[in-house]
Structure formats: C-alpha cells, structure tokens
Design a protein around this ligand. Structure first.
Ligand code: HEM
Length: 449
C-alpha cells in the first residue's frame, strides 16, 4: 500500500473551478498528467504560466542562469509585511550581498556547533512527551520542537524562554489569520486586483518584528560587550560582507531572523511529522531506525550521524514524497524558447518538487515509500535528475545541510524513545499550506519503548 497522495482533478475543468480548487489547495488543483509531462502550459485570460519538469530546463532556470529567472515578485507580496526584504524575497545585488553574509554561518564546520542545540531540543521534546501514548497530533509536537531548535541554534535560548514562546505563538496566530504563503498567491493574479494586507495581519507582523527586534538589539549589545554566545545570530551579525566590509543593519537583521525562524521551523516541522507518519505506516522501517538509534550515546555527538545512514535515507525519502516546499515560482526576464515553445518575458515558471519527485518517467515506483532506493544505482540516477527538496543552484536553501542533520537526529531521538503507530480512521490527507501539511493534522500513538 502506498502512502497518501491527494486525488488529482480531472484533466479539463472550467477556469472558475480551477481557481476554486486552487484556493482550497494547490495539490489537488492539478491534473494527473503533470506527473508525466516534461512541461505544461497554463493559459488563463490573465497570465501564462508553465510548469517545468524536464531536468535540463530546471538546470537552466535554477543552476545555469538563476539571475535571468528571479523569484516571482507576485509571490513575495503576501510575505512582505512579515519578512521585509529578507534573503528569501530579495533578488539581484541585494540578494547576492545577503547570501555572502549568511552563507558562512551554515558552512560544514558550523553544523558541528549547531548539533548540540538540535540534540538538546530533541531530548527536551522526548522529556515533554513523557509517557504519552496518544493519540497525539504530531504536527503540533514537531512545530514546537522545530521552533525550539531554531531558537537554540540562533539565539542560544530554548522555546520556554518568554520572548521565544511569544514569537512562536504570534507566528502561529499570524498564519491562522492569513496563511503566510496563501496558495492562491501562486496564481499570478492580474495586477489590478487589489491585495491589501488586512490591518490585523499587518499589526500581527509588526508585533512579531518588534519581538525579534528585542532579541537582535540585546544580541548587538552582548556582542559589543564581548559576552555574546557563539551561535548563528552572533555569526551572522558579526560577519562582514567580504566585498564591502559592511555588516547587516539592525532592520535587515530582523528580516533575516524572521525568515530563518519561518523557513527553518515550518519546513522541518512538516518533514518530521510526515517522517513519523511514514514510520508508523511501515513498522519494519521504524524498527530499522530504532536499531540505529539504539547505538547512539545517551547524549549523541556530531560523529554519531554516520551511524544513522538508514534514518537519513528515511528523511530523504520523506522529503521526496512530501517535499515541505511543494512549488516555487520564478519569472522570465526575457523571451526564452523552452521545448520549442516561445516563453514570453514575464511568464511565470512553476517548479514543482511535488510533481518532479513523483514523476512517472523519472522515478521507479514513484508513489512508494522506499528509503533504500537512494542506495541503488537507479535511485541515484533519479535523485541526480529529479530530487530538489531544497531547490538547487545559487538560490538553494541556505539551511539544507542544517536541515538534513536536524531531521536525521531528531527522528532518531524520537524513535529511540517511542514506538509510533497509526490511529484507525485518521489517514492524513496532504494539502499545501505554507508547507505540505495534512488537512486535519497527523494523528499517531506513541508508546514508550
Ligand atoms: C526540511 C527542511 C527544509 C526544507 C525542505 C527547505 C526548503 C527550501 C527551499 C525549497 C527553498 C527555496 C525556495 C524558493 O526558491 O522559492 C529554501 C530557501 C531557504 N531556506 Fe530552506 N528548507 C528547509 C530548512 C531550512 C532551515 C533549517 C533554514 C535556516 C535555518 C532554512 C533557510 C532558508 C533560507 C534563508 C532560504 C532562502 C534562500 C535564498 O533565497 O537565497 N531552510 N528552503
């Protein structure tokens, strides 16, 4: 039995129905043929967009000429009140400068430093769960855990810190009031449709930014006094741009912290909750993870990651089947020719890890859960051509290495402590919110081992 996949829509539907489906959920708004197509064109009265699945076209857009295909500005609109001009939204020279400052904080050696924070957050989550058997809604558990990881790694504070708790709660409310990436934003609307940010949403964004501002101001003063801990925030705030020698201005740092918090915790939480569900669905795989995890020291060390090869492949396979960022949109800045078709300047180019990762011509048995596939020759070829959970090229996720370390370790710590099992009548239905989530949460039982 394959893990859950949303039912595709019929091939032909009216534009009205398409928009309605889109507002509900971008995954079920798509037809089955996208799992086989190399490229698909969407024509509406207002815009043209193209979904790209062909590996060499993805290479062109993401790896070879990323500056010719900037992030679509239309997507950014809903995120601006909260994220300002963060690295996630910026383009061109501003973006390049921001990456020059941020990237050193995520280099290999730094991951070793962050490992302790992730392990501590994992152990705290295990302690919080205590003797719980459930049913538990694990998306809530993993959101809390991933937020804890981010606060510990960025600011050396746990989620129980008063400001951290406030930021976490405010973010959650913000998303309920206005999903930060409203799937409808992926449909490029005509410019004349007004999309004013609701007053409540703007006020919530301002509150979150003020809280983050408190944290960064405090950190700036600790840095000045020489008392700052050596964590991601200190690293990013003290790294000068190698080209200009300048560090981030305070406001720009608030933008970056907001995106680290958001990009770092929503995505990891989504992936972890699906990974736990998959392990509950496939108990044999869960026992293999438990066996690897049992070989860890009580407080694991960075080097222990090499003992978690299968666990890592489970996390990779989860990112294939349920890529937390299901789609990305770029814009062409000039006329192009793709597959002999003319692509006009301003066309929206949709890159869909969701479809690519389940592409029938690029993967064997694409809808099956098979973590061992990454160790096979065919699986390696597929992964090379059609696996981009963190995007690729210059704009690849800054936290990709961090996230792989985090996901592998947390999965091991949770499965070492609990045996997860599915709950009758609670099969999750994948939907794309800000990240790929389950329509009514993910419910599991967790019995202490
Ligand atoms: C499983 C976890 C994660 C997944 C699947 C993921 C996925 C992605 C993807 C697909 C993008 C590209 C989005 C686009 O181009 O539209 C991205 C960008 C980004 N991610 Fe992640 N991410 C994860 C975790 C993290 C973590 C832990 C951090 C930081 C602590 C992070 C920070 C960022 C940043 C700053 C960007 C913007 C990079 C840029 O545009 O130059 N992510 N992520």
């Amino acid at each position: 039995m394959n893990p859950p996949k949303p039912a595709p829509r019929p091939d032909k539907v009216s534009l009205w129905r398409y928009f309605r489906l889109f507002r509900q959920d971008i995954l079920s708004a798509q037809p089955q043929r996208l799992y086989r197509a190399w490229m698909a064109e969407f024509k509406t009265p207002f815009f043209r967009s193209y979904l790209l699945n062909q590996p060499n076209l993805l290479d062109t857009v993401l790896r070879e000429r990323p500056m010719d295909f900037p992030k679509s500005n239309r997507i950014a609109e809903g995120l601006r009140p909260l994220l300002g001009n963060s690295v996630f939204l910026s383009n061109g020279e501003v973006w390049k400068r921001q990456r020059r400052i941020i990237d050193p904080a995520f280099e290999g050696g730094r991951l070793r430093d962050a490992f302790g924070s992730v392990a501590a957050a994992g152990q705290a989550a295990v302690a919080r769960l205590g003797g719980a058997t459930g049913p538990l809604e694990v998306e809530a558990v993993t959101s809390h855990l991933a937020a804890d990881v981010i606060f510990r790694s960025l600011f050396s504070i746990p989620i129980s810190d008063q400001v951290a708790t406030q930021v976490f709660n405010e973010f959650r409310d913000y998303q309920r009031s206005q999903p930060i990436l409203n799937p409808a934003a992926l449909v490029p609307m005509p410019r004349w449709i007004p999309r004013l940010h609701r007053r409540k949403t703007r006020a919530a964004a301002a509150r979150i930014r003020a809280l983050i501002g408190t944290l960064t101001a405090q950190r700036a003063s600790d840095i000045a006094n020489g008392t700052a801990p050596d964590d991601l925030a200190t690293k990013i705030m003290t790294t000068p741009d190698p080209e200009t020698g300048q560090v981030f201005e305070t406001d720009e740092m608030v933008d970056q912290v907001a995106i680290f918090f958001l990009a770092g915790h929503e995505t990891s939480a989504s992936a972890l909750s699906w990974a736990l569900y998959l392990l509950a669905l496939y108990p044999e795989a869960q026992e293999r993870v438990a066996k690897e995890a049992a070989a860890l020291d009580e407080t694991p060390e960075f080097g222990d990651l090499s003992k978690l090869r299968f666990t890592r492949d489970v996390f990779r396979e989860t990112l294939r089947l349920y890529p937390p960022v299901p789609m990305m949109v770029r814009e062409s800045t000039k006329a192009e020719k793709f597959r002999d078709r003319d692509i006009a300047k301003g066309a929206q180019l949709v890159i869909s890890p969701w479809h690519l990762h389940r592409h029938e011509r690029l993967w064997d048995n694409p809808n099956a859960f098979d973590p061992d596939r990454f160790a096979t020759a065919a699986g390696k070829v597929s992964a090379q051509a059609a696996y981009i959970p963190f995007s690729a090229g210059a704009r690849v996720c800054s936290g990709a290495g961090f996230a792989m370390m985090e996901g592998t370790l947390l999965l091991a710590l949770l499965v070492r402590a609990f045996r997860f099992s599915t709950v009758a009548g609670k099969t999750p239905v994948p939907v794309a919110h800000l990240t790929v989530r389950s329509k009514d949460g993910i419910w599991l039982s967790a019995e202490p081992r």
